[in-house]
Structures are given as C-alpha cells and as structure tokens.
Design a protein around this ligand. Structure first.
Ligand SMILES: Nc1ncnc2c1ncn2[C@@H]1O[C@H](COP(=O)(O)OP(=O)(O)OP(=O)(O)O)[C@@H](O)[C@H]1O
Length: 248
C-alpha cells in the first residue's frame, strides 16, 4: 500500500469538507477520484502532498501514511512534496525556457552538474512523452507551446525530481481530445514506475485510465472498488445514480 488514509476529517474554518475518509491507495496503480462538483475530491488530493499546510484556515484530523509513515507526524512537508508530485487543472508552466521549467526543481534540490541536469531533463521529458517534440527547442519559452504540450511539460517538471507518486487534479479539463488522449496514454506508461491519483469529472476517463475508483459525495467516500467493478456493478444506490447520469 502506498497511501493509507484513516478516518480523515478536513475543515475549512468551521465548514467540514471531508468526513471520515478511509482509503488505501495501491502502489503502481492508477486511482481515480470521481464525484460531483464540490464533493471534496481536490481537497482530498491536496492532503496527500500536504498542500493544505499553506492555508492556516484548514484543520485536518485522522491519519495519512505514506509507505507506513505518518505524513504529518513523521515527515516534513518538503520530504512529502519531493516524494509526491502534483499536476494541476490548467497547465501552469513558468515563464522560462522548456529546459529550465524541467530543471527548476533539480536546481532547487542543489544539482549543479550540467551533464546530470541534461540527463535528468531528458529523462523527465521522455517519461512525459514530450522529448521528441521539444528536443530541438529546449531553450524556447514554454509559453509558446500548445496547451497539451504545456501540460505534458508540467508532468515532466513534476517527474524530474524523482517522485514516487503523481497527483493529477483534472489534468485534461482544459485540453482538446487529442491532447487528452496523450495524457491518458501517459497514465498507462507512467504507472509502471509511479503511483498515480487522478481527479476527473469524466467517467469515461476514469474507466479508461484507472485500476481503482473512489466515488465521493458531499465530503464522503460512498464507494471504492476496482474500476470495472464499480462501473459495472455498483454496490451503493448513490454510485449507481451518479454513474448513470441521474445526478451530479
Ligand atoms: N480554500 C477553501 N476554503 C474554503 N472552502 C473551500 C476551499 N476549497 C474548497 N472549499 C470547499 O470545500 C468543498 C469541497 O471542494 P473541492 O474543491 O475539494 O471539491 P471537488 O470535488 O474537487 O470539486 P470540483 O470537482 O468542482 O473541483 C466545497 O464545498 C468547496 O466550496
């Protein structure tokens, strides 16, 4: 098990956004989080790399373990974020060259050797299925790339420091169908080496890319199962209603 969440509650001020979440996230699988808008999917995702630390209004109760170690009590946030990378909804490359976007985290981590930087930038771009498209223009601005290329660059940037887990919050919602399908293909190749957790509004996407799916509703996990099983044979009436489009 890569992550184990036990009885996790999260409050924004006095408002409870997550209630008693229990979830096991298996290593080197893709786990999809689905559910209607505002049900807490992104809120849960951000717990996994301690992104809520930056918001003083947030209170979290319960335990979250990464490889058996409590991410709050036994690890510092820098370690958690080094091991757990994140990609957001809209591509958000830095206004820097393609090379420097990917090298950014490596330089922050103190890597100065040019050969090592070059090798790791190349590897991350290859892993993000972008190398062939950009290898002749590594010094051009990332802002001149298409949206789909920018999102794969953000994936390369997240992969460069060598995380074990990749969190993706609706990574294709701003992309056209071809770019979306490239990112979905990537999920399949990346899971050989990484554990992936993806928030998606698109149930077809959850079916295409994930091994397990968790269905969230009003801050609770209603049901979690093998993806095929959850969609073909939901155990809970609310899951069934949601996946057949009867609400949300
Ligand atoms: N920073 C915040 N401060 C206060 N409340 C927040 C904050 N972020 C989210 N919320 C609230 O917490 C609840 C869960 O939001 P969250 O963004 O996690 O849902 P979601 O399922 O990811 O929704 P969506 O699919 O629309 O992104 C919502 O009621 C939302 O308004």
């Amino acid at each position: 098990m890569k992550f184990e969440a036990r009885d996790v509650d999260l409050y924004y001020g006095s408002k409870q956004a997550l209630k008693k979440i229990n979830m096991d996230i298996e290593e080197k699988e893709v786990t999809a989080l689905i559910g209607p808008s505002g049900c807490g999917k992104s809120t849960f995702l951000k717990i996994l790399n301690r992104l809520h630390d930056l918001n003083p209004n947030v209170r979290i109760e319960g335990d979250v373990k990464l490889d058996g170690k409590d991410i709050f009590a036994e690890m510092d946030p820098i370690e958690v974020r080094r091991r757990v990378g994140m990609v957001f909804q809209s591509p958000n490359p830095f206004a820097k060259s393609i090379y420097n976007n990917v090298a950014y985290g490596l330089k922050l981590a103190g890597i100065k050797n040019k050969t090592e930087l070059d090798d790791r930038v190349k590897k991350a771009l290859e892993d993000a299925a972008l190398w062939d498209e950009v290898k002749d223009r590594l010094n051009s601005s990332a802002l001149g790339m298409s949206g789909g290329q920018q999102q794969r660059l953000c994936i390369a940037r997240a992969l460069a420091p060598g995380p074990e887990v990749l969190l993706m919050d609706e990574p294709t919602s701003a992309l056209d169908p071809i770019s979306t399908s490239k990112i979905e293909d990537l999920c399949h190749s990346l899971k050989q080496h990484y554990t992936i957790v993806i928030v998606t509004h698109n149930m077809q996407q959850a079916l295409r890319v994930s091994d397990k799916t968790a269905f969230f509703l009003l801050g609770e996990v209603i049901e979690m199962n093998e993806t095929q099983e959850l969609f073909s044979n939901p155990k809970e009436a609310q899951t069934s209603k949601y996946i057949t489009g009867r609400f949300g």
